[in-house]
Ligand binder design. Sequence first.
Ligand code: HEM
Length: 425
Amino acid sequence: MSGPTSPVPVPDVFDPRQYARGVPHDRYRLLRDQHPVAWQEEPEVLGWPAGPGFWAVTRHEDAVRVLKDSSTYSSYLGATQIRDPDPADLPFIRRMMLNQDPPHHRRLRVLVSRAFTPKRVDRFETVVRERARSLLTRAVTEARAGDGTCDLVTQVTDDYALLNLTDLLGVPDTDRGLLLHWTQRVIGYQDPDEAGVPTLGPDGKPVNPRSPAALRDMFDYAHALAVHKRRNPADDVMTALATDPELTAPELEMFFFLLVVAGNDTVRSAAPGGLHLLAEHPEAYARLRNGEVGLATAVDELLRRHPPVLTFRRTAAQDTALAGTRIRTGDKVVVFHASANHDERVFPSPLTLDLTRSPNPHISFGDGPHVCLGAHFARLQLRVLYEEVCGVFPAGGLSLAAPPRRLVSNFINGVKSLRVGVVDV
Ligand code: HEM
């Protein structure tokens, strides 16, 4: 394993606690300018053991290169989270397509893509819109009856993301609470505040929420749901997967887990992240509301400024060099999406919110073989939500009533609370 060689101090962008204060743009900029591939220590944090350290990749060009070149930067060797998995769990984790490399990855990707056709996804627009409208109307009504404010996260966007995903998958209404519990356990585990997160196991060590033991109940559920779907087919993703003869039962269960995590917390982050930006930029919001700027470019610009995923990890499969830095076989290489999205080498005035920005080659959905499978569904949900928000909140009426609360995580750019004032027109 290689170590640090640069004499100039390198700021820390690993500690998950700093992300509760905001994305560390100043540190990212320093890294991009001075140490584009920077060695990061991985000390013990919040009871999690120390790790060997990793390379932080912060420039757009290098991030795209890492994401595209899977033969040099593997998703399989050490999986895709910064923290090293327990070696005993690795074979299990590698059954998920997220943690595979081509050519193996390709087989699963082709199979599950069949269930995600734009035609199937687009059929959900009507229900998604009704949901946005009813959640927003209820939140505004409650605000008027109360202190004139509502929390867009707990009253609108958390339910919106989860319920849209359960519709797409075909999860019955009665089981939706289970999905929320599972995603909170897997994503919120670095945040001591997150409800229902089991932090310590019987040995006094934090429980790894991605271990086979912790996921057993979710897998049993996926199995039972697939049996149900074969008997009661419908036009949803789980029916398409359960009736595909080429997908094995363990593959289907693993894919269900991937979808529950990948499809929920990302939208749960993107939606309030985008609304927060609009609340901070009333002139941009007014232009969106009166139709001066298009929703398609607006959705992508909001995703660029607030990428729901902060990092994804790869492992060097061979000795290589990136931006002049030597990387050894086995080193961890971590892409920092929020930094790449604000690289001034690619995006003019990167901290400016420009809802008409085009081209906008942000990497919020990743790049290369693992580029997000749910991007079309995510964009649909965000476009519909912003459209409905524009109908409910008057120009200048989307204003913060309190500073947002953010998740303690170096993985998900999470917003836990976004309280806004409701103004009567
Ligand atoms: C704004 C919302 C979303 C964002 C920002 C996002 C982001 C990402 C990113 C960055 C990756 C690449 C991972 C890597 O490089 O290793 C990814 C992969 C993936 N996403 Fe999303 N995602 C979003 C929504 C969704 C939704 C709604 C679904 C499903 C309903 C979904 C399903 C997936 C799957 C299955 C993969 C794995 C693809 C593969 O390994 O080939 N995502 N996503």
